[in-house]
Design a binder for this molecule. Structure first.
Ligand code: NDP
Length: 295
C-alpha cells in the first residue's frame, strides 16, 4: 500500500488518514452514527462547535471508551454493541473547531471550554480555526489562544481551516507553533494545487473537506469509468485518490452501508496513469463558500 493508514503531524502526533465527518449530522443522530463508525473501524471524528452536535459525538465516543460516557450522560449508553468499553481515549482522535463569532483570545479560550465540556473529554486531539474571517482581523489572536491551549496540554495539535496562502503567510510571521493542518475544500473538481504545494513547503498537512464534493463528483464520467475498471464504488475511487495524494480525508455518510464502504479503501491502489487522469478533472468548482466570502 503506498499510502499509510496513519500520518504524522509536524509535532509527531499520529492520526488516521481517514476519519468521519459530521457536518450536517443532526445532534440527535450523531451518537448513533459515531457508534456505527467506530464499529466499522473509524477512529477519527471531525466536528465543530458550529455543527451543534459535539454532545452527541462525545456520547458516541464515550460509549466506546467508558469514562467519558459517564461524564457526559451518566449512563455509559450510546455505544455500538461489541465496541463499547473496548477502546481507550488514546485510540480515538477528535477534531473540533472554534466558530467565527468566537474569534479573539479570551473568547476562543471560552469556546474551547464549552467544546470540551460538550464533548465530555479532557482534551481535544486537534483544534482548528474554522474560517480565517480575515475581515474581522482576529485570526492571529485566535491562534495565540490555541497556542496557549497547546502549551497547557489541552489540545494535542492545533491548526486552521479554509486558510488561503495570504492568511497562512501572515500567520506564519506571527505564530510560534506551525499549524499542523489546514482543512480545506478539496476533491477532484477542486484540487487546490497551490495550497497543497505551500503546505508541503511549510510542513502543514492538507486535510480535504467535502472530499466527495458533497456527492456531486461521484457522477463524473471519468470516476465512473475508474469505478468499473477497479470494481470499486465511485466514492472508494475518490477516497483512494485522496489517500495516495497524502491528504487527510473525512467523508461524511448517513447510512451504515456507506460508512462501511468509505473506509474499505486500504486494499487497492490506483495506478499512476489513473492518478494523472484524476488530476485532469480539475474544474476549480467549489461546493461550499469561498473563504474570502465568509466573515
Ligand atoms: P462529503 O464530500 O463527505 O460528501 C457527503 C455527501 O456524500 C453526503 O450527501 C453523503 O450522503 C454522500 N455520500 C457519502 N458517502 C457516499 C457513498 N459511499 N456513496 C454515495 N454517496 C455518498 O461532504 P461534506 O461536506 O460532508 O464533507 C465531509 C466533512 O468535511 C464534513 O462532514 C465536515 O466534517 C468537514 N467539513 C468541513 C468544513 C470546514 O469549513 N472546515 C466545511 C464542510 C465540511 P449521505 O449523508 O446521505 O449518506
Amino acid at each position: 500500500m503506498r499510502s499509510p493508514a496513519r500520518l504524522a503531524l509536524n509535532n509527531g502526533v499520529q492520526m488516521e488518514a481517514l476519519g468521519f465527518g459530521l457536518y450536517k449530522v443532526p445532534p440527535q443522530d450523531a451518537d448513533a452514527l459515531v457508534a456505527t463508525a467506530l464499529g466499522e473501524g473509524y477512529r477519527r471524528f471531525d466536528t465543530a462547535a458550529m455543527y451543534g452536535n459535539e454532545v452527541g459525538v462525545g456520547r458516541g465516543i464515550g460509549g466506546a471508551i467508558g469514562d467519558a460516557a459517564e461524564a457526559n450522560t451518566g449512563t455509559g449508553a450510546g455505544g455500538s454493541g461489541e465496541s463499547v468499553h473496548t477502546l481507550s481515549r488514546e485510540d480515538v482522535f477528535v477534531t473540533t473547531k472554534v466558530w467565527n463569532d468566537d474569534q479573539g483570545y479570551d473568547t476562543t479560550l471560552r469556546a474551547f471550554d464549552t467544546s470540551i465540556s460538550n464533548l465530555g473529554l479532557d482534551y481535544v486531539d486537534l483544534y482548528l480555526i474554522h474560517w480565517p474571517c480575515a475581515g474581522r482581523g482576529l485570526f492571529v489572536e485566535t491562534y495565540k489562544a490555541m497556542e496557549t491551549l497547546y502549551r497547557e496540554g489541552k489540545v494535542r495539535a492545533i491548526g486552521v481551516s479554509n486558510f488561503q496562502p495570504a492568511h497562512l503567510e501572515e500567520l506564519m510571521q506571527k505564530a510560534e507553533v506551525v499549524p499542523a493542518v489546514n482543512q480545506i475544500e478539496l476533491h477532484p473538481w477542486l484540487q487546490q494545487t497551490r495550497l497543497r504545494t505551500l503546505h508541503e513547503q511549510l510542513g502543514i498537512r492538507t486535510e480535504a473537506w467535502s472530499p466527495l464534493g458533497r456527492g456531486h463528483v461521484l457522477a463524473d464520467p471519468a470516476i465512473l469509468a475508474l469505478s468499473e475498471k477497479y470494481d470499486r464504488t465511485p466514492a472508494q475511487i475518490i477516497l483512494r485518490w485522496h489517500l495516495q495524494l497524502g491528504n487527510l480525508v473525512i467523508p461524511k455518510a448517513s447510512s451504515a452501508g456507506r460508512i462501511k464502504e468509505n473506509i474499505a479503501v486500504f486494499d487497492f491502489v490506483l495506478d499512476d496513469a489513473d492518478m494523472d487522469g484524476i488530476a485532469g478533472l480539475e474544474r476549480h468548482h467549489r461546493t461550499g463558500s469561498h473563504p474570502d466570502n465568509v466573515n
